[in-house]
Design a protein around this ligand. Structure first.
Ligand SMILES: [Mg+2]
Length: 362
């Protein structure tokens, strides 16, 4: 995965860091050609106003996609700047800590395969204090079909998909909470069948069983199972999330800070969810700045359920990128230190061969 980092510089020599992903030429062009000229010379403390102006400048064909990903990166950089100027961690500017530490689950992109060694993986996580994990054992069944979509599922395939959960439950009982990810690969009748088959195993939630484009179908799925559904890592802005809430399409709301519109928008989406008595569980399966920014949001929002983490990322893949990173201890994340995000790009990183740098000057 390639990441796009945005670094904003003030006249006073303060910098703010933001991120989005993936980083294609399209994201870089929006950052450099469309949005940087709009930001130059402006007051970086006017975060809401700048966000509104960036939306206006890019809303000629809707607000979803590349443009909103870059707005997200810039918004995170503006909050980093604000925190550095105020000499406070971002979560304090958002309204302060709502908890002493942050509950996490582990998404299992891991050296231990959840299909072949689910119990060993669960035992390793439990030994490190992590008591919730996310796996996707039905994906390979859907991906083998036309267009990588689950159009049908046989009794044998259903049994195959259930197997990792059954093994973990048999070996460890209810010590491990199990979130089920489906990456939007299934159609409605298959999703209903899978959900009902999973009910006796009491998973924590069923995530993105269907694509997110038809939320009425999601509402129908919700009526067919008592298990909590979640979607929305790919949704953008408060208007996108309004549809999920209005359709009662999910019981756990999952914004991605690097996609939904940044820290500003994620905070507003969390408040919208709270009005519906729903929790948020931010999506955090991207780059290191997303991780750090997500920890600040998770420290603050009152209706946090749990925060996603990936041990392969924070133990390995993020190494050498940031000056510091909040890492879990005993299955929880500590409150991040500031100021701002509390991290910066490692000195010398921008000189690496696989990093492309573009400057926009007044
Ligand atoms: Mg997901």
């Amino acid at each position: 995965m390639d990441w796009l980092w945005v670094r904003l510089h003030t006249d006073d020599g303060v910098t703010g860091l933001g991120e989005t992903y993936p980083c294609s030429d399209a994201e870089a062009a929006v950052a450099v050609r469309s949005l940087a000229p709009l930001l130059l010379g402006r007051d970086p403390s006017q975060i809401d106003r700048l966000w509104a102006d960036m939306l206006l400048a890019t809303s000629y064909h809707g607000w979803a996609g590349v443009e909103m990903r870059v707005i997200s990166a810039i918004d995170i950089a503006l909050w980093d700047l604000a925190g550095k100027v105020a000499r406070q961690p971002i979560y304090k500017l958002l309204g302060g800590a709502s908890r002493e530490s942050i509950p996490i689950y582990n998404t299992c992109y891991d050296r231990v395969d959840f299909l072949t060694e689910p119990v060993r993986l669960a035992e390793e996580l439990l030994a490190s204090g992590v008591t919730a994990m996310k796996i996707w054992p039905f994906d390979s069944i859907a991906l083998a079909q036309c267009g990588g979509r689950g159009h049908s599922i046989s009794a044998a395939e259903l049994r195959q998909g259930l197997a990792p959960l059954e093994k973990i439950r048999a070996a460890l009982g209810d010590k491990m909470d199990l979130a089920m990810e489906f990456h939007g690969y299934w159609n409605l009748p298959c999703a209903i069948r899978i959900a009902r088959a999973l009910e006796p195993l009491a998973p924590m939630w069923l995530e993105e069983m269907l694509p997110q484009d038809n939320l009425a179908a999601y509402a129908e799925l919700a009526r067919h199972t008592h298990l909590p559904l979640t979607i929305s890592e790919r949704l953008m802005t408060r208007w996108g999330f309004r549809e999920v809430l209005a359709n009662r399409a999910a019981q756990v709301i999952m914004p991605d800070l690097c996609w939904c519109g940044g820290l500003s928008e994620a905070k507003k989406i969390a408040a919208m969810a709270e009005v519906e008595y729903l929790p948020v569980a931010p999506h955090n399966c991207g780059g290191p700045v997303l991780h750090q920014a997500s920890v600040h949001l998770a420290a603050n929002v009152t209706n946090l359920a749990i925060l996603e983490t990936v041990r392969r990322h924070y133990l390995d893949e993020y190494d050498g990128i940031l000056t510091d990173l909040v890492k879990p201890a005993n299955g929880r994340l500590p409150l991040p230190a500031g100021p701002g995000l509390g991290v910066d790009l490692t000195p010398g990183l921008l000189q690496c061969d696989n990093v492309r740098v573009e400057f926009v000057r007044p």
